[in-house]
Design a protein around this ligand. Structure first.
Ligand SMILES: Cc1cc2nc3c(=O)[nH]c(=O)nc-3n(C[C@H](O)[C@H](O)[C@H](O)COP(=O)(O)OP(=O)(O)OC[C@H]3O[C@@H](n4cnc5c(N)ncnc54)[C@H](O)[C@@H]3O)c2cc1C
Length: 419
Protein backbone atom coordinates (compact mmCIF):
# COMPACT_ATOMS: atom_id res chain seq x y z
CA UNK A 1 0.00 0.00 0.00
CA UNK A 2 1.20 3.57 -0.72
CA UNK A 3 2.40 5.95 1.99
CA UNK A 4 -0.85 7.96 2.02
CA UNK A 5 -3.98 5.85 2.24
CA UNK A 6 -6.35 8.82 2.12
CA UNK A 7 -6.05 12.36 0.89
CA UNK A 8 -7.68 14.15 3.77
CA UNK A 9 -8.17 13.88 7.58
CA UNK A 10 -9.93 15.98 10.20
CA UNK A 11 -6.87 15.82 12.46
CA UNK A 12 -3.22 14.90 12.01
CA UNK A 13 -1.09 14.24 15.12
CA UNK A 14 2.66 14.47 14.54
CA UNK A 15 4.55 12.25 17.03
CA UNK A 16 3.45 9.23 19.08
CA UNK A 17 5.59 10.00 22.12
CA UNK A 18 3.95 10.38 25.52
CA UNK A 19 1.99 13.43 24.44
CA UNK A 20 0.82 12.54 20.91
CA UNK A 21 -0.16 9.06 22.15
CA UNK A 22 -2.05 10.60 25.09
CA UNK A 23 -4.08 12.82 22.75
CA UNK A 24 -5.07 9.91 20.50
CA UNK A 25 -6.04 7.79 23.54
CA UNK A 26 -8.01 10.58 25.23
CA UNK A 27 -9.97 11.30 22.05
CA UNK A 28 -10.69 7.59 21.67
CA UNK A 29 -11.67 6.92 25.28
CA UNK A 30 -14.14 9.77 25.25
CA UNK A 31 -15.96 7.84 22.46
CA UNK A 32 -17.49 11.00 21.09
CA UNK A 33 -15.36 11.43 17.99
CA UNK A 34 -16.70 8.71 15.75
CA UNK A 35 -17.09 11.30 13.03
CA UNK A 36 -13.44 12.36 13.34
CA UNK A 37 -10.81 10.91 11.01
CA UNK A 38 -7.38 11.00 12.67
CA UNK A 39 -3.92 10.23 11.30
CA UNK A 40 -1.05 9.70 13.77
CA UNK A 41 2.42 9.94 12.22
CA UNK A 42 5.46 8.66 14.15
CA UNK A 43 8.98 8.63 12.76
CA UNK A 44 10.14 5.54 14.68
CA UNK A 45 8.60 2.18 13.80
CA UNK A 46 6.01 0.95 16.30
CA UNK A 47 6.23 -2.84 16.73
CA UNK A 48 3.98 -4.36 19.38
CA UNK A 49 6.23 -7.43 19.66
CA UNK A 50 9.30 -5.35 20.52
CA UNK A 51 10.02 -2.86 23.34
CA UNK A 52 8.62 0.61 22.52
CA UNK A 53 11.18 2.49 20.42
CA UNK A 54 9.88 6.07 20.63
CA UNK A 55 12.36 8.34 22.51
CA UNK A 56 9.72 9.13 25.19
CA UNK A 57 9.78 5.50 26.28
CA UNK A 58 13.49 5.05 27.00
CA UNK A 59 15.23 4.03 30.26
CA UNK A 60 13.78 6.95 32.27
CA UNK A 61 11.01 6.76 34.84
CA UNK A 62 8.24 9.31 35.21
CA UNK A 63 6.49 10.66 38.26
CA UNK A 64 2.80 10.74 37.42
CA UNK A 65 1.15 13.34 39.58
CA UNK A 66 -1.99 12.67 41.59
CA UNK A 67 -4.01 14.62 39.00
CA UNK A 68 -2.59 12.65 36.04
CA UNK A 69 -3.28 9.30 37.72
CA UNK A 70 -6.87 10.32 38.53
CA UNK A 71 -7.42 11.17 34.91
CA UNK A 72 -5.74 7.99 33.56
CA UNK A 73 -8.02 6.06 35.91
CA UNK A 74 -11.06 7.86 34.50
CA UNK A 75 -9.93 6.95 30.99
CA UNK A 76 -9.53 3.26 31.94
CA UNK A 77 -5.77 3.39 31.25
CA UNK A 78 -4.56 3.15 34.85
CA UNK A 79 -5.45 -0.51 35.56
CA UNK A 80 -2.71 -1.77 33.26
CA UNK A 81 -0.08 0.54 34.79
CA UNK A 82 -1.04 0.24 38.44
CA UNK A 83 0.67 -3.05 39.31
CA UNK A 84 4.01 -1.81 37.94
CA UNK A 85 3.86 1.66 39.48
CA UNK A 86 5.10 2.60 42.95
CA UNK A 87 3.14 4.99 45.12
CA UNK A 88 4.84 8.07 46.58
CA UNK A 89 3.51 8.43 50.10
CA UNK A 90 6.05 10.92 51.39
CA UNK A 91 8.21 13.56 49.80
CA UNK A 92 11.40 14.60 51.54
CA UNK A 93 13.08 17.76 50.21
CA UNK A 94 16.44 18.76 51.70
CA UNK A 95 19.46 20.91 51.02
CA UNK A 96 22.80 19.12 51.44
CA UNK A 97 24.67 20.32 54.50
CA UNK A 98 21.90 22.78 55.56
CA UNK A 99 19.42 22.77 58.37
CA UNK A 100 15.78 22.24 57.37
CA UNK A 101 13.79 19.88 55.20
CA UNK A 102 10.25 19.74 53.84
CA UNK A 103 8.33 16.59 54.54
CA UNK A 104 4.93 15.99 52.97
CA UNK A 105 2.83 12.91 53.30
CA UNK A 106 -0.32 11.59 51.70
CA UNK A 107 -2.27 11.32 54.96
CA UNK A 108 -2.12 15.01 55.82
CA UNK A 109 -3.28 15.85 52.30
CA UNK A 110 -6.04 13.26 52.38
CA UNK A 111 -4.94 11.37 49.25
CA UNK A 112 -3.98 7.71 48.77
CA UNK A 113 -0.65 8.72 47.19
CA UNK A 114 1.09 11.99 46.32
CA UNK A 115 1.94 10.52 42.91
CA UNK A 116 3.21 7.33 41.31
CA UNK A 117 6.52 6.41 39.69
CA UNK A 118 6.52 4.25 36.57
CA UNK A 119 9.24 3.20 34.15
CA UNK A 120 8.78 4.91 30.78
CA UNK A 121 9.08 1.67 28.82
CA UNK A 122 5.99 0.38 30.66
CA UNK A 123 4.13 3.57 29.85
CA UNK A 124 5.17 3.01 26.22
CA UNK A 125 3.90 -0.56 26.20
CA UNK A 126 0.52 0.60 27.51
CA UNK A 127 0.28 3.47 25.01
CA UNK A 128 1.37 1.41 21.99
CA UNK A 129 -1.11 -1.34 22.84
CA UNK A 130 -3.90 1.20 23.37
CA UNK A 131 -3.11 2.96 20.07
CA UNK A 132 -3.15 -0.30 18.14
CA UNK A 133 -6.61 -1.07 19.55
CA UNK A 134 -8.19 2.17 18.25
CA UNK A 135 -10.11 1.13 15.14
CA UNK A 136 -10.78 4.63 13.93
CA UNK A 137 -7.14 5.76 14.19
CA UNK A 138 -4.78 5.43 11.27
CA UNK A 139 -1.17 5.06 12.42
CA UNK A 140 1.65 5.74 10.03
CA UNK A 141 4.84 4.70 11.86
CA UNK A 142 8.41 4.67 10.60
CA UNK A 143 7.39 7.76 8.60
CA UNK A 144 8.23 11.42 9.29
CA UNK A 145 6.33 14.62 8.68
CA UNK A 146 8.82 16.64 6.65
CA UNK A 147 6.76 19.74 5.92
CA UNK A 148 3.62 21.64 6.95
CA UNK A 149 2.04 24.15 4.60
CA UNK A 150 -0.74 26.47 5.79
CA UNK A 151 -3.91 26.42 3.65
CA UNK A 152 -7.11 28.51 3.95
CA UNK A 153 -8.95 25.57 5.63
CA UNK A 154 -6.09 23.95 7.56
CA UNK A 155 -2.74 22.47 6.51
CA UNK A 156 -1.10 20.33 3.89
CA UNK A 157 1.12 17.74 5.58
CA UNK A 158 4.01 16.10 3.75
CA UNK A 159 4.91 12.56 4.83
CA UNK A 160 8.33 11.16 4.07
CA UNK A 161 9.72 7.64 4.15
CA UNK A 162 13.21 7.65 2.66
CA UNK A 163 12.83 8.71 -0.96
CA UNK A 164 9.07 8.20 -0.88
CA UNK A 165 6.88 11.26 -0.26
CA UNK A 166 3.19 12.13 -0.29
CA UNK A 167 0.84 14.84 1.00
CA UNK A 168 -2.45 14.88 2.88
CA UNK A 169 -4.69 17.77 3.87
CA UNK A 170 -6.22 18.32 7.29
CA UNK A 171 -8.24 20.87 9.24
CA UNK A 172 -5.85 20.73 12.19
CA UNK A 173 -2.30 19.57 12.88
CA UNK A 174 -1.30 18.84 16.47
CA UNK A 175 2.48 18.96 16.60
CA UNK A 176 3.67 16.69 19.43
CA UNK A 177 7.04 15.94 17.90
CA UNK A 178 9.21 17.01 20.82
CA UNK A 179 10.81 19.99 19.09
CA UNK A 180 13.82 18.35 17.47
CA UNK A 181 12.50 17.73 13.93
CA UNK A 182 13.06 21.23 12.54
CA UNK A 183 9.35 21.76 11.74
CA UNK A 184 9.13 24.81 14.04
CA UNK A 185 12.11 26.40 12.29
CA UNK A 186 10.50 25.74 8.87
CA UNK A 187 7.30 27.45 10.08
CA UNK A 188 9.24 30.38 11.58
CA UNK A 189 8.06 29.59 15.13
CA UNK A 190 10.66 30.83 17.58
CA UNK A 191 11.38 28.80 20.73
CA UNK A 192 13.28 30.60 23.50
CA UNK A 193 15.92 28.49 25.21
CA UNK A 194 17.60 29.11 28.54
CA UNK A 195 20.24 26.48 29.24
CA UNK A 196 20.73 25.42 32.86
CA UNK A 197 24.33 24.39 32.01
CA UNK A 198 23.35 21.10 33.62
CA UNK A 199 22.51 17.58 32.50
CA UNK A 200 20.39 14.97 34.21
CA UNK A 201 22.03 11.57 34.62
CA UNK A 202 19.38 8.90 35.00
CA UNK A 203 19.70 5.28 36.10
CA UNK A 204 17.88 2.73 38.20
CA UNK A 205 19.72 2.04 41.46
CA UNK A 206 19.38 -0.63 44.17
CA UNK A 207 20.13 -0.15 47.89
CA UNK A 208 20.08 -2.03 51.15
CA UNK A 209 17.10 -0.49 53.03
CA UNK A 210 13.40 -0.35 51.93
CA UNK A 211 12.44 3.04 50.47
CA UNK A 212 9.11 3.02 52.31
CA UNK A 213 7.49 4.93 49.44
CA UNK A 214 9.50 8.08 50.09
CA UNK A 215 10.58 10.26 47.14
CA UNK A 216 13.74 12.18 47.96
CA UNK A 217 14.69 15.49 46.42
CA UNK A 218 18.10 16.66 47.61
CA UNK A 219 19.69 19.89 46.51
CA UNK A 220 23.47 19.69 46.33
CA UNK A 221 26.11 22.23 45.20
CA UNK A 222 26.17 20.38 41.84
CA UNK A 223 22.39 20.56 41.37
CA UNK A 224 19.33 18.60 42.48
CA UNK A 225 19.39 14.85 43.01
CA UNK A 226 16.12 12.91 43.08
CA UNK A 227 15.49 9.31 44.12
CA UNK A 228 12.03 8.10 43.17
CA UNK A 229 10.72 4.84 44.63
CA UNK A 230 10.24 1.89 42.23
CA UNK A 231 8.69 -1.51 42.95
CA UNK A 232 11.18 -4.06 44.37
CA UNK A 233 12.61 -6.41 41.75
CA UNK A 234 14.35 -9.75 42.45
CA UNK A 235 14.14 -8.91 46.17
CA UNK A 236 16.12 -5.73 45.58
CA UNK A 237 14.95 -2.31 46.79
CA UNK A 238 15.03 0.07 43.83
CA UNK A 239 14.63 3.72 42.92
CA UNK A 240 14.92 5.82 39.78
CA UNK A 241 17.82 8.22 40.13
CA UNK A 242 17.78 11.65 38.46
CA UNK A 243 21.18 13.13 39.28
CA UNK A 244 21.73 16.62 37.94
CA UNK A 245 25.36 17.54 37.32
CA UNK A 246 26.99 20.62 35.86
CA UNK A 247 27.62 20.00 32.15
CA UNK A 248 31.41 19.82 32.52
CA UNK A 249 31.12 17.00 35.12
CA UNK A 250 28.76 14.79 33.13
CA UNK A 251 31.08 12.77 30.90
CA UNK A 252 33.45 11.94 33.76
CA UNK A 253 30.51 10.87 35.97
CA UNK A 254 29.11 8.67 33.19
CA UNK A 255 32.54 7.08 32.72
CA UNK A 256 32.96 6.10 36.40
CA UNK A 257 33.06 2.42 37.27
CA UNK A 258 29.83 1.19 38.88
CA UNK A 259 31.47 0.94 42.31
CA UNK A 260 32.90 4.48 42.14
CA UNK A 261 29.57 5.86 40.84
CA UNK A 262 27.76 4.24 43.79
CA UNK A 263 30.35 5.49 46.25
CA UNK A 264 29.96 9.09 45.01
CA UNK A 265 26.18 8.74 45.07
CA UNK A 266 26.32 7.56 48.69
CA UNK A 267 28.50 10.55 49.52
CA UNK A 268 26.06 13.04 47.90
CA UNK A 269 22.86 11.44 49.16
CA UNK A 270 23.85 10.12 52.59
CA UNK A 271 22.71 6.92 54.24
CA UNK A 272 18.89 7.23 54.45
CA UNK A 273 18.55 4.25 52.09
CA UNK A 274 21.51 2.38 53.53
CA UNK A 275 24.21 1.45 51.05
CA UNK A 276 23.77 1.74 47.27
CA UNK A 277 24.51 -1.71 45.84
CA UNK A 278 23.78 -1.64 42.08
CA UNK A 279 23.34 0.78 39.21
CA UNK A 280 21.69 0.04 35.85
CA UNK A 281 22.17 1.67 32.44
CA UNK A 282 23.14 5.35 32.74
CA UNK A 283 21.97 8.04 30.27
CA UNK A 284 22.20 11.81 30.31
CA UNK A 285 19.91 14.63 29.12
CA UNK A 286 20.97 18.28 28.64
CA UNK A 287 18.59 20.56 30.53
CA UNK A 288 17.06 23.83 29.30
CA UNK A 289 13.88 25.78 29.78
CA UNK A 290 12.42 25.91 26.25
CA UNK A 291 9.25 27.82 25.47
CA UNK A 292 7.61 28.28 22.08
CA UNK A 293 6.71 31.91 21.46
CA UNK A 294 3.56 30.81 19.59
CA UNK A 295 1.62 27.68 20.50
CA UNK A 296 -1.31 28.12 18.14
CA UNK A 297 -1.77 29.29 14.58
CA UNK A 298 -4.68 28.72 12.23
CA UNK A 299 -4.75 24.94 11.66
CA UNK A 300 -1.89 24.27 14.12
CA UNK A 301 -1.34 23.55 17.83
CA UNK A 302 1.96 22.78 19.56
CA UNK A 303 1.70 20.30 22.42
CA UNK A 304 4.20 18.78 24.89
CA UNK A 305 7.95 19.31 24.73
CA UNK A 306 7.76 21.31 21.50
CA UNK A 307 5.56 23.86 23.30
CA UNK A 308 7.40 23.85 26.65
CA UNK A 309 10.23 21.77 27.98
CA UNK A 310 11.03 22.12 31.69
CA UNK A 311 13.79 21.15 34.12
CA UNK A 312 12.80 17.70 35.46
CA UNK A 313 13.51 18.74 39.07
CA UNK A 314 9.86 18.75 40.07
CA UNK A 315 8.65 16.02 37.66
CA UNK A 316 6.20 18.39 35.98
CA UNK A 317 6.90 18.26 32.20
CA UNK A 318 4.65 15.40 31.16
CA UNK A 319 2.07 16.12 33.85
CA UNK A 320 1.66 19.67 32.55
CA UNK A 321 1.53 18.46 28.94
CA UNK A 322 -1.08 15.87 29.91
CA UNK A 323 -3.31 18.59 31.41
CA UNK A 324 -2.86 20.65 28.22
CA UNK A 325 -3.73 17.57 26.15
CA UNK A 326 -6.89 16.85 28.13
CA UNK A 327 -7.90 20.49 27.79
CA UNK A 328 -7.35 20.54 24.04
CA UNK A 329 -9.25 17.25 23.63
CA UNK A 330 -12.23 18.65 25.56
CA UNK A 331 -12.34 21.76 23.33
CA UNK A 332 -12.04 19.72 20.12
CA UNK A 333 -14.78 17.30 21.21
CA UNK A 334 -17.06 20.16 22.10
CA UNK A 335 -16.45 21.65 18.64
CA UNK A 336 -17.22 18.32 16.93
CA UNK A 337 -20.46 18.03 18.90
CA UNK A 338 -21.48 21.53 17.85
CA UNK A 339 -20.46 21.01 14.23
CA UNK A 340 -17.72 23.66 14.44
CA UNK A 341 -14.80 23.13 12.04
CA UNK A 342 -11.54 22.18 13.78
CA UNK A 343 -9.79 24.78 11.64
CA UNK A 344 -11.77 27.50 13.46
CA UNK A 345 -8.99 29.55 15.05
CA UNK A 346 -11.21 30.76 17.91
CA UNK A 347 -11.07 27.20 19.33
CA UNK A 348 -7.31 27.34 19.40
CA UNK A 349 -7.28 30.81 20.95
CA UNK A 350 -9.59 29.51 23.67
CA UNK A 351 -7.19 26.59 24.29
CA UNK A 352 -4.25 29.01 24.49
CA UNK A 353 -6.01 31.41 26.85
CA UNK A 354 -7.33 28.70 29.17
CA UNK A 355 -4.01 26.86 29.58
CA UNK A 356 -1.72 29.89 29.79
CA UNK A 357 -1.83 30.39 33.56
CA UNK A 358 -1.20 26.70 34.40
CA UNK A 359 1.70 26.60 31.93
CA UNK A 360 3.22 29.78 33.31
CA UNK A 361 2.87 28.83 36.99
CA UNK A 362 4.22 25.31 36.43
CA UNK A 363 7.18 26.47 34.34
CA UNK A 364 8.08 29.12 36.91
CA UNK A 365 7.72 26.67 39.83
CA UNK A 366 10.27 24.31 38.21
CA UNK A 367 12.52 27.12 37.00
CA UNK A 368 12.84 29.08 40.23
CA UNK A 369 13.18 25.96 42.36
CA UNK A 370 16.13 24.95 40.18
CA UNK A 371 17.67 28.41 40.20
CA UNK A 372 17.19 28.95 43.92
CA UNK A 373 18.62 25.59 44.90
CA UNK A 374 21.54 25.66 42.46
CA UNK A 375 22.73 29.11 43.47
CA UNK A 376 25.75 29.66 45.68
CA UNK A 377 24.66 33.27 46.15
CA UNK A 378 24.54 34.06 49.88
CA UNK A 379 20.96 35.44 49.70
CA UNK A 380 19.75 32.24 48.01
CA UNK A 381 21.50 30.15 50.65
CA UNK A 382 19.66 32.04 53.43
CA UNK A 383 16.30 31.81 51.63
CA UNK A 384 16.85 28.05 51.33
CA UNK A 385 17.86 27.72 54.94
CA UNK A 386 14.81 29.50 56.29
CA UNK A 387 12.54 28.72 53.33
CA UNK A 388 12.69 24.96 53.79
CA UNK A 389 12.47 25.31 57.54
CA UNK A 390 9.40 27.55 57.39
CA UNK A 391 7.66 25.58 54.61
CA UNK A 392 8.00 22.56 56.88
CA UNK A 393 6.53 24.39 59.87
CA UNK A 394 3.70 26.28 58.23
CA UNK A 395 0.98 23.85 57.19
CA UNK A 396 -0.86 26.02 54.59
CA UNK A 397 2.44 26.82 52.83
CA UNK A 398 3.36 23.14 52.84
CA UNK A 399 -0.05 22.22 51.43
CA UNK A 400 0.21 24.82 48.66
CA UNK A 401 3.69 23.51 47.78
CA UNK A 402 2.38 19.94 47.76
CA UNK A 403 -0.67 20.78 45.64
CA UNK A 404 1.54 22.30 42.96
CA UNK A 405 3.93 19.31 43.13
CA UNK A 406 0.96 16.92 42.77
CA UNK A 407 -0.33 18.69 39.68
CA UNK A 408 -3.38 19.93 41.56
CA UNK A 409 -2.55 23.60 41.12
CA UNK A 410 -5.20 24.11 38.47
CA UNK A 411 -8.82 23.18 38.08
CA UNK A 412 -9.37 19.74 36.60
CA UNK A 413 -10.57 19.48 33.03
CA UNK A 414 -13.89 17.75 32.51
CA UNK A 415 -13.60 15.58 29.42
CA UNK A 416 -16.15 14.95 26.79
CA UNK A 417 -18.26 18.05 27.40
CA UNK A 418 -20.25 17.86 24.24
CA UNK A 419 -22.79 20.57 24.73
C1 LIG B 1 15.53 13.18 32.80
C2 LIG B 1 14.08 13.55 32.61
C3 LIG B 1 13.16 13.16 33.58
C4 LIG B 1 11.81 13.52 33.45
N1 LIG B 1 10.94 13.18 34.43
C5 LIG B 1 9.65 13.58 34.36
C6 LIG B 1 8.74 13.25 35.41
O1 LIG B 1 9.08 12.58 36.39
N2 LIG B 1 7.44 13.69 35.28
C7 LIG B 1 7.04 14.43 34.22
O2 LIG B 1 5.87 14.84 34.20
N3 LIG B 1 7.88 14.74 33.21
C8 LIG B 1 9.17 14.33 33.26
N4 LIG B 1 10.03 14.62 32.23
C9 LIG B 1 9.51 15.32 31.04
C10 LIG B 1 8.89 14.34 30.01
O3 LIG B 1 9.81 13.31 29.73
C11 LIG B 1 8.53 15.08 28.74
O4 LIG B 1 7.59 16.05 29.09
C12 LIG B 1 7.91 14.15 27.69
O5 LIG B 1 8.83 13.18 27.31
C13 LIG B 1 7.49 14.95 26.46
O6 LIG B 1 6.95 14.07 25.52
P1 LIG B 1 6.60 14.55 24.03
O7 LIG B 1 5.70 13.49 23.50
O8 LIG B 1 6.15 15.96 24.01
O9 LIG B 1 7.99 14.57 23.24
P2 LIG B 1 8.96 13.39 22.79
O10 LIG B 1 9.15 12.43 23.90
O11 LIG B 1 10.18 14.05 22.25
O12 LIG B 1 8.18 12.64 21.62
C14 LIG B 1 8.11 13.16 20.33
C15 LIG B 1 7.78 12.03 19.36
O13 LIG B 1 7.64 12.57 18.05
C16 LIG B 1 8.36 11.79 17.12
N5 LIG B 1 8.76 12.69 16.00
C17 LIG B 1 9.71 13.66 16.04
N6 LIG B 1 9.73 14.33 14.86
C18 LIG B 1 8.79 13.75 14.07
C19 LIG B 1 8.35 14.00 12.75
N7 LIG B 1 8.88 14.98 12.00
N8 LIG B 1 7.37 13.22 12.23
C20 LIG B 1 6.82 12.22 12.98
N9 LIG B 1 7.20 11.96 14.24
C21 LIG B 1 8.16 12.71 14.79
C22 LIG B 1 9.53 11.24 17.91
O14 LIG B 1 10.05 10.05 17.33
C23 LIG B 1 8.89 10.99 19.26
O15 LIG B 1 8.32 9.71 19.37
C24 LIG B 1 11.39 14.28 32.33
C25 LIG B 1 12.30 14.66 31.35
C26 LIG B 1 13.65 14.30 31.49
C27 LIG B 1 14.62 14.73 30.43
Amino acid sequence: MGLCRRQSYDLVIVGAGMVGASLACILDKSRKHSALSILLVESTAIDLDAPPAQPSFDARSTVLSHGTVDYLRELGLWEELKSNAEAIKKIHVSDQGKFGAVRMNNAELGVEALGYVIENRLLGEMFNKSLAAIDSLEICSGVSVSNLKPEPAGMTVTLQDGEQQCSVTTALVVMAEGGRSGLCEKLGIHRSRESYQQEAIIANVAFSLPHENVAYERFTPHGPLALLPLPDHDKQHRAALVWTRNTEEVSSTLALSDSEFLRQLNEEFGSRLGRFTRVGQRNSYPLSLVQAQEQVRPGLVLLGNVAHSLHPVAGQGFNLAFRDTAHLAAILLEAVAKGTALSDVSLLHRYRDETQSDQHMTAMFSHYMTRLFSSKNIAAVWIRKFGLFSIDLVMPVRKAFARRAMGMGEAKVVLGADA
